[in-house]
Ligand binder design. Sequence first.
Ligand code: FES
Length: 334
Amino acid sequence: MRKISYKNNNYDCLEDETVLDTLLRHKINASFSCKIGVCQSCLLKTSTANIPPKAQTGLTKTLIQQNYFLPCVCFPEDDFTIVESKEHEIFHDAIVLEKHWLSQKVCQFIFEKPEKLQFHPGQFINIRNTDLVTRSYSIASIPTSNRIELHIKHFQNGKMSNWLCHKLNPGDSIELQGASGESYYDVKSSQQNILLIGTGTGLAPLLGIVRDAIEKKHLGEIHVYHGSRYCDGLYLIKEMIQLKNKHSNIYYYPCISSSNPLLNNEKKIPDCINERADEFALENHSSLKNWKVYLCGHPAMVKKIKTKSYLAGASLNDIHIDPFELKDLRVKPR
Ligand code: FES
């Protein structure tokens, strides 16, 4: 049986078991979130030479050279040794500059961009809090602003979102890791039309991509569909309308899917479309041949629309997805 060596102890690794599951089975408090090799919150370092390639998929060249790997998708072929990670190789300190509630449930944070943190708008970064809990959030700002803008959805039982929304304030420092993800604007597509569909805080990466496209003088049309079941899930409506009015190639469609959209005392949103954002978008764009498509939000919606976009003619290489894993919805906070 293979052994996992961690902090001077050896642990048996079962057949078909990942390094992360071995650690968790032995009650080791290892950080993780998605468990599918996407969020990188479980990142660890090894001295073992034989790292399965899948365990380094999506990591930067620098992290690969430094022998970092993702234990949640690492099925070791031999004994495996985990060594101490170097904090400065993974995390960057960032100061909170601004914090604003955009709706009853969504809080906007603006951080000063750490000099060494490189990102494309639309990618995601990880935040680590003082309890060493890590969560991923998509970036809505562009690098030249020297700011990192995130939209945080507050969950009643969310350990990270509660900490961010209720404890973190302007002037505080926070640890950021990243950035990662393949969903971002490609300047080579400047002539193509772009379709962006997002639900809830899926607006954050879409807004980042739109801002990047504007900065890089995108020539094709840009259609943004932002959906929610209820009115309280839509936000930054005024800002999106201003963007649309300022740029003749930008189109914006706020969509509410519920026939009874007001939950509490919210104001009705004028000019809002009473239909699911994904369905309304595909009704409007029945042919997506040579279009770029960006999809963010609920994993089931993202998967369904990816298939429909492909069937409508979009090339798989032109469909970029950012499915939000819903780990924060668990009943008990981790
Ligand atoms: S928990 Fe390993 S990549 Fe998300």
